[in-house]
Design a protein around this ligand. Structure first.
Ligand code: NCD
Length: 316
């Protein structure tokens, strides 16, 4: 087993072997989670603190369930209602929490880079649950596991990532991961939602769904991240659905066995047709949620194995 990281801040620092190791462990957890048998409490005696500075439904629930399943003591900090509102800085909040001696700190923050900064200030393992537009590593890993289980491999696949790439940390982490595993990546969206310089990322860029989806093995749809948009990026949601929303007709351009994915939350009728999203023959959206728990169990277990024996406390 090779996984040498102290934190999981992004996909960028991971070696392909580390990704494979993590996915192998997550895969065995995914199988175990489908049975009612007991799971080894590999996080027993450890404390996991979830600090979410941004709303979340599935990611928070998934980290909480993953920690509890492995026997950790799990605490959720309601950061919306916390001292942050009273003007405390991120670092002060982190140092306060650190003094409570967590072993695993799971952080979601609206600013890109905030989680990396925090990781420098605390002496526990930090997991990035999404920072601004930067990275969302456990999402890319759960997407990878979903793809690997559906397609039997995670290399030499054509993966189309469609929609609001510009504002998406999910897209960024997926592009890095799928690139490391030697897949062909296509980005599809209106020019306003494709980041400048995307063509230099080793991906193909399309402004047209029919062309971009041609012979794709995996079709990954993204939510329009309205909360990160300062201005009008699309003419209207109706027009957007017409051109870029995934429905059965557009999906017909992909391979007949192409799978449909979406990280959630979904805007039905905006980026994806509701009937298609619910079609269990094509849509793997529920499996993505299922794999999320398994991937987070694996990530926390691997980081826990690498915890040093240093006394807990604040770095000085
Ligand atoms: C994503 C996120 O928060 O970045 N959601 C998630 O974690 N499942 C994507 C999104 O919000 O659209």
């Amino acid at each position: 087993m090779t996984f040498r990281q102290k934190h999981l801040l992004g996909i960028e620092p991971l070696h392909p072997d580390e990704i494979r190791s993590l996915l192998d462990l997550a895969n065995s957890y995914a199988d175990q989670n489908r049975t009612s048998g007991p799971v080894e409490k590999s996080l027993a005696g450890l404390t996991q603190v979830n600090m979410f500075f941004e709303n979340s439904t599935r990611t928070l629930a998934s980290f909480e369930l993953a920690g509890k399943r492995l026997g950790a003591t799990v605490m959720n900090m309601a950061m919306q209602a916390s001292s942050i509102k009273k003007g405390e800085t991120l670092i002060d909040t982190a140092l306060t929490l650190n003094a409570m001696h967590p072993d695993l700190l799971v952080v979601r923050h609206p600013h890109s880079g905030a989680v990396n900064l925090l990781a420098e200030k605390v002496n526990c393992a930090v997991l990035n649950a999404g920072d601004g537009r930067h990275e969302h590593p456990t999402q890319a890993l759960l997407d990878a596991l979903t793809i690997r289980r559906a397609k039997g491999r995670l290399h030499r696949l054509t993966v189309a990532i469609c929609g609001d790439i510009a504002h998406s940390r999910v897209a960024r982490s997926n592009i890095i991961l799928l690139g490391k595993m030697e897949n062909r990546i296509r980005l599809i969206g209106p020019p306003t939602l494709i980041p400048a310089g995307a063509a230099d990322w080793g991906v193909e860029v399309y402004g047209n769904m029919a062309k971009g989806l041609k012979d794709a093995d995996v079709v990954m749809m993204l939510r329009l991240q309205k909360e990160r948009m300062d201005g009008a990026f699309i003419p209207s949601e109706r027009e957007y659905f017409h051109r870029f929303g995934l429905d059965a007709e557009k999906l017909a351009h992909a391979k007949p066995d192409a799978i449909v994915m979406h990280p959630g939350p979904m805007n039905r009728g905006v980026e994806i047709d509701g009937t298609l999203a619910d079609d269990i023959n094509r849509s793997h959206i529920q499996e993505q949620v299922e794999m999320g728990v398994a991937v987070r169990m694996a990530a926390m277990e691997l980081l826990a194995r690498n915890l040093t024996g240093k006394p807990k406390g604040v770095w000085v």
